[in-house]
Design a protein around this ligand. Sequence first.
Ligand code: URA
Length: 201
Amino acid sequence: MAATPQERREQLVKLFHEARGCERCELSQSRSQVVFGAGNADADLMFVGEAPGAEEDRQGLPFVGRSGALLTRMLGDAGIAREDVFIANTLKCRPPSNRDPEIAEIETCRPWLNEQIRLIEPRVVATLGNFATKLLTGDKTGITRVHGRPQVRQIGTRTVFLLPLFHPAAALRAKGTADLLAADLATLPDLISRPLPEAGA
Ligand code: URA
């Protein structure tokens, strides 16, 4: 029998407690704390960024720095409240000096994200930036070519619409990118309301 939302929420809290003590890779030595992700445990829409930065590492929450402030504002402009979505990262711990995540770290960390997606049961997973997009699509095509076009993807056991988006950090650097991100975010309410794709569709 399928788990109820209450049961899934409880399992997500349990997962959070397990992840908090994670020592599966060396990042556990340099992080201040695990940044598990935050938001609505029953969200239809989930965002996946790259990895926590300095502010996220300090607060233990995703997207709480400048990129996060922009994301929150742009979500609001698209009619989406940040409290209604769940936000996570491909890596749960900050790489030292914000260096790029290493392949072994990504592989080691990936089960946490897959389990989050299994328990939250989002309809749409929006990937923020090249890194999360390439990882979750399994395709090397860059964000400039794929942004804003939904794909049907299986992530772990869950089939979702995956929407590649520019990373808000890139939108902070270039007005043109911010405009593209805003236009893509505006498509999300419609995408969320579409019937859920079948596996392999
Ligand atoms: N950038 C990310 O990719 N994730 C965060 O949580 C913050 C900044």
